[in-house]
Design a protein around this ligand. Structure first.
Ligand SMILES: Nc1ncnc2c1ncn2[C@@H]1O[C@H](COP(=O)(O)OP(=O)(O)OP(=O)(O)O)[C@@H](O)[C@H]1O
Length: 674
């Protein structure tokens, strides 16, 4: 059990104001009072002056000081949105863009989508009257594909820059270039849709530990510090290290529930499976408590959850209940979940690392960084005094890395390089990254894009394939699969597979001997047929209920399947817009498997004498993951979607193919004798 050893870090103490009142005017008044009470409120004039005087400003502030919600409003009031211009604010995560935009719209007392809006992949609420636009960093990068100078923006704010997502890193470099170009041509040329191009102001917002990096990158740019946070958070550590953090988290939840004052709990765990198992364990434990102590409501939030299900954690708990939100690091930065007073930090996070040499991803549970632990604590104390329980001793906190390694140093670069190429940036090795990925990783990604047909022999963007691939919001290998499927007349099937793989659904019941891809296809189609037969059920809630029941009977994860159905609809819209005709190969699964081989030829593996497999591209010896439907049958040759190191090197999500197809369908890469 994580016994709290009191180590409190007391900041400027201020107690929780009363709970929200129903009437609109008192709500407005409350919001106005809240805004005035934020530490940043007294800095408005000084901040605006700093923005006016500096083209690049690095703002450093504690979590909860009000940077994200207030600064854009200050800029609006200071006239930065005149003549139809916008202030754009990027966030590393879509849930942050969504919820912050909603909050700011509420503070401005306007409907979402007018003065204040958000744009994230597949979901855009902005309109021509939007002036404050919250979006993901990836969205702004895509926007640059159509408007290179980002001419609609007078100010761009890169928020949570210290998270160093790959998109943020690319934006940091791209915006430097855009800013230079805009000041050179200012007022002379016109940008997208004939808009007059004015100079661009750039604001980078970061947690304090990493600000220096950004100041240096922008040639000694000015930094601006916002002191303080609104409410105290008392920090607790365990006396001893915990051997089982899941068990410790569970005990801490129930200890808070029985001993602490009212207030909701936010627990940081590592992934969907762990969260779902803790959710079940909480429910299980509650059954053994007396009736009046059962009022604890577990809710999950992780990235594979559809948006509307993610939003459930933001609604207040029913009266008398305490919410316990079980989250991955998706809830770590930027967002405010109203009602949270207690944070439980497992101290670990699941981190993906890509090895370009082996073409392999590893997914490891690793300790968080200091910056992450501080961000986690910061989620308590946002609407009142809070407590943060870290499930490790304080001495271990001091041993943590200061910050997380930038994603650009540990991810597959092919997607980002394709985007840079589509932005007209040809010299990738010479590109001014804040932290340069290794030369090897860049060259590997360029070679992969060339093999996928996205780049020409002299490394230019191939037309139209490369352009089409850059336009689709998917990994290049999936985009290519859709383009090929169009030629193989099985686009409908490939859309389903890509959606199912993106949503990471489960497979159990409708096993196809041909492999996991086709099993996914039959899961999706079985449900479709089942719903079709019940078309009369008009209400969405009813359809969802039927769907959940069907999933339960068939051992399929209903959340993931719903997510896959959403993704399917969205990418189908994309390819239709590109003029593709979504046709189906019906029952011709041979043609479909050949299309899989043609699309994913870089991910082929062949059985060895000893029953292991050799990944043909990297030469790695790998095993079929026990959860694959081909685990027992062990076909001679397979295409895999995932190559991952956990306890061993595993391949997963497989389709059985004929090895001769590789030479036939990817002759530029395989010779027959191979
Ligand atoms: N959706 C919301 N509902 C209720 N209160 C909110 C919401 N969003 C923000 N707030 C309030 O506004 C305060 C400031 O939030 P803001 O996101 O601007 O802070 P920040 O300085 O950007 O912090 P961080 O770096 O942690 O994102 C929060 O502490 C909280 O009190």
């Amino acid at each position: 059990m994580a016994q709290g050893e009191l180590k409190s870090s007391v900041l400027n103490r201020k107690r929780n104001p009363k709970s929200p009142v129903a009437s609109r005017s008192s709500k407005k008044q409350k919001i106005a009072e809240h805004r005035k009470s934020l530490p940043i409120a007294s800095e408005e004039e000084r901040l605006i002056e700093a923005v006016q005087k500096n083209d690049i400003l690095i703002i450093v502030g504690e979590t909860g000081s009000g940077k994200t919600t207030q600064l854009p409003q200050f800029l609006f009031n200071a006239g930065f949105c005149r003549e139809g211009k916008m202030v754009g604010i990027t966030q590393p995560r879509r849930i942050a863009a969504l919820t912050i935009a909603k909050r700011v719209a509420e503070e401005c007392d306007v409907p979402l989508g007018q003065k204040v809006g958000y744009s994230v992949r597949f979901d855009d609420t902005t309109s021509s009257s939007t002036r404050l636009k919250y979006m993901t960093d990836g969205f702004l990068l895509r926007e640059a594909l159509v408007d290179r100078l980002l001419s609609r923006y007078s100010v761009i704010i890169i928020d949570e820059a210290h998270e160093r997502t790959v998109h943020t890193d690319v934006l940091l470099a791209l915006l430097k270039k855009v800013q230079r170009e805009r000041s050179e041509i200012g007022g002379v040329l016109r940008g997208c849709q004939g808009r007059k191009v004015s100079p661009l102001k750039l604001i980078i917002m970061s947690a304090s530990l990493d600000a220096r990096v950004f100041c240096d990158y922008y040639g000694g740019a000015k930094d601006f510090h916002v002191e303080g946070r609104q409410f105290d958070v008392d920090i607790f550590y365990t006396v001893h290290p915990q051997t089982d953090y899941v068990d410790a988290a569970l005990n801490t939840i129930f200890q808070i529930h029985s001993e602490e004052e009212e207030g909701d709990i936010l627990v940081f765990l590592t992934g969907q499976e762990e969260i779902e198992s803790v959710e079940r364990l909480v429910q299980e434990k509650l059954k053994h408590l007396p009736e009046d102590e059962r009022k604890l409501l577990p809710l999950a939030i992780f990235s594979a959850l559809p948006s509307e299900q993610q939003m459930r954690v933001f609604a207040p708990a029913p009266i008398g209940f305490r919410k316990v939100v079980l989250a991955t690091n998706i809830a770590e930065t930027s967002i405010t979940i109203p009602g949270i007073r207690y944070v439980v930090d497992s101290g670990v996070v699941k981190a993906r690392t890509y090895d370009p040499n082996k073409g392999m991803e590893t997914l490891d549970v690793v300790p968080v960084s200091k910056a992450q632990a501080i961000q986690r604590s910061g989620r308590a104390g946002r609407d009142g005094y809070g407590k943060s329980f870290h499930l490790y001793p304080e001495r271990d906190f001091w041993k943590l890395e200061d910050s997380t390694k930038p994603e650009i140093k540990r991810c597959n670069l092919s997607n980002v390089i394709l985007q840079l190429k589509a932005l007209g940036i040809d010299d990738i090795l010479g590109f001014d990254f804040i932290d340069k990925p290794s030369r090897y990783a860049i060259v590997k990604a360029l070679a992969e894009l060339h093999l996928l047909g996205a780049l020409t022999d002299d490394c230019k963007l191939a037309k139209p394939a490369g352009e089409q691939m850059a336009r689709l919001p998917l990994e290049p290998v999936y985009s290519r699969a859709l383009i090929l499927a169009n030629q193989f007349n099985c686009l409908e099937e490939m859309l389903i597979i890509v959606a199912m793989l993106s949503a990471r659904t489960s497979r159990n019941h409708f096993v196809s001997v041909e492999g996991d891809h086709l099993t996914y296809l039959s899961v999706y189609r079985e449900l479709d047929e089942f719903l079709e037969e019940r078309k009369a059920e008009k209400s969405e809630a009813k359809v969802e209920k039927i769907m959940r029941k069907w999933c339960k009977v068939n051992f399929v994860n209903s959340r993931s399947l719903k997510h896959a159905r959403d993704i399917y609809r969205q990418i189908r819209g994309n390819v239709e817009q590109m003029g593709f005709n979504v046709s189906s190969c019906g029952n011709d699964m041979l043609e479909y498997r050949r299309c899989i081989a043609a699309s994913f030829f870089l991910k082929a593996a062949q059985r060895q004498m000893d029953g292991t497999y050799r990944a043909l591209e990297s030469g790695e010896i790998v095993h079929i993951h026990p959860s694959s439907v081909l685990f027992r049958s062990k076909p001679e040759c397979v295409i895999f979607d995932e190559l991952m190191q956990t306890s061993q090197k595993y391949i997963n999500n497989l389709t059985r193919i004929d090895p001769l197809w590789l030479a036939e369908l990817a002759p530029h890469h395989y010779k027959t004798e191979e």
